[in-house]
Ligand binder design. Sequence first.
Ligand code: PLP
Ligand code: SF4
Length: 568
Amino acid sequence: MNNWEELNKESITNSEQLAKECDVDKQEIREVIRKYPICISKYYLGLIKEKDDPIWKQCVPDGKEVNDIYGLIDPLHEDEDSPVPGLTHRYPDRVLLLVSNRCAMYCRFCTRKRKVGDPFKAIFKDQMMKGIDYIREHKEVRDVVLSGGDPFMLKDERIEFILRELRKIEHVELIRIGTKVPCTLPHRITPELCEILKRYGPLFINVHFNHPRELTDESRKALGMLVDSGLTVCNQSVLLKGVNNSSEIMKELTYGMMKARVIPYYVYQADLTRGTDHFRTKIKDSLEIMSNMRMFETGLPTPHYIIDAPGGGGKIPLVPDFDAEKSGKEKLFVFRGPSDVERLKNREDVDVILVKSDIDTAVEHIPAIRELKKDSIIVINSRLVSKNPEKVTPELCEALSKHHPIFVNTDFSHANELTDECQKAVSMLKNSGVVVCNNNTVYKGENDNPVVIRELMHKLVKIGVKPSYLTFDPTGNSVKSKTRNCMKLIKSLRGFTSGLAVPHFTIGTNGDRVLVGPNYVIDQDEDKIILQNYASKIYEYPDPIDEPCNANFAEAAKIPEGAAVTEK
Ligand SMILES: *Cc1c(COP(=O)(O)O)cnc(C)c1O
Ligand code: SF4
């Protein structure tokens, strides 16, 4: 048995064991776990500092879970949109395939609470094979998200088997794995596992960290091993009351993740899952948190804030209000050349250093920067990769690999530019542990149409590059018409390609970039928001109710099972 399997065996799985470690009411715990199982790795338990802290809340059962009258069993209609068990096909080009129902820890707020950890709902090989057959028969599926439970709770051989089967299918361009083990049982990320993943790359690994205290030496090491294997690691967080519902915490988490070379991807509004109502935040508070943590000034990827529409509408992004004063500038240092070393010495608060020269010159300054700022994020905006890929040499990559975290933003604007040489340069950078994102410009008459942009985005994610920003050519047409056109382009990507392939639309040049986005909000009032999904269907997400009083229960709890869905 592997080390991680032994560690997993030592996890807390019943109320007796938990009561030995934590101050809990055994009876209450027993009642909760009759319905929703418990599993806490000793590692994760060790992160708790005190009762009810953000770590405790995520893993220790709470009596409120069995008293929740608001939540829905399957809020996202995953089982309904399921042509074969364990596979959800909601968007035209991608599917979600559940390959395990076990996790190293059962998060108390889990959306799949109805399934995870229940031995009667375990996923066996024949079910999984039916899912893979379905993918093989559906040529429109370009993108497969492996999820669960946690795919990395499977043995290496099984993981390799799944990847091998999927890679045999020609139309599958993108494989993503959603996993929480880097956060809850980082020992699971072994060199052997990384070797397997490397063979089937480029892969996207979506991890799930919610609080900066989850970033420990162990978890950072696990993340680093994945990135060093050339994989693209993205983070998805969920806003949870009492855990991370503050902009300070979310900022710290986001910068912390990027220092671990992880791309922030989604921040979710909590789903309406039964047993998790006590974690839900109000939408207006979530928007405020998001508006305080934008970091696009820094040239680094900013997460999209998403409501996954109850009733199966899919992910709908909301764009927080823009306030130029709060856009990550305070953490940014622009490094123009050696004369800036002195200035950098006097800056305490720098998290991000934007080096204003291309990779081949930047690499000469980086050792001096790194000496001063041990773990700041270095960002290089590069034309080298697209214009002179031959200059991305093994020596250059080797030099970069000594000074992580380094992010390189490429500037590909058309799929044709991604020649074999350019792809090779990207892959060399990635195999050296550099995070590669793309910021592209929209030029009139060249790439300002949905077909061209979609092709570019597909090709980028296929080679493991995260499209980060899209902006328009500052010359030419009126800003108004260009803005309208870019909005159209973003809209045309939404729902029809991996969310991963949808960049943020920003207006402006370096120094004062503004983030804008298509508006999917139809209406919003005190207690709910009404949204339109990519296919123009209307969905409603109710805010949590503050202090329910018994008399109003029936009134207050009128969220119908399966939530209101009407065609527009
Ligand atoms: C989240 C999700 C996906 C992937 O969505 P992206 O936006 O591409 O990350 C695919 N299918 C289902 C059912 C999902 O919930
Ligand atoms: S790891 Fe993911 S699937 Fe497992 S319990 Fe946590 S949120 Fe749910």
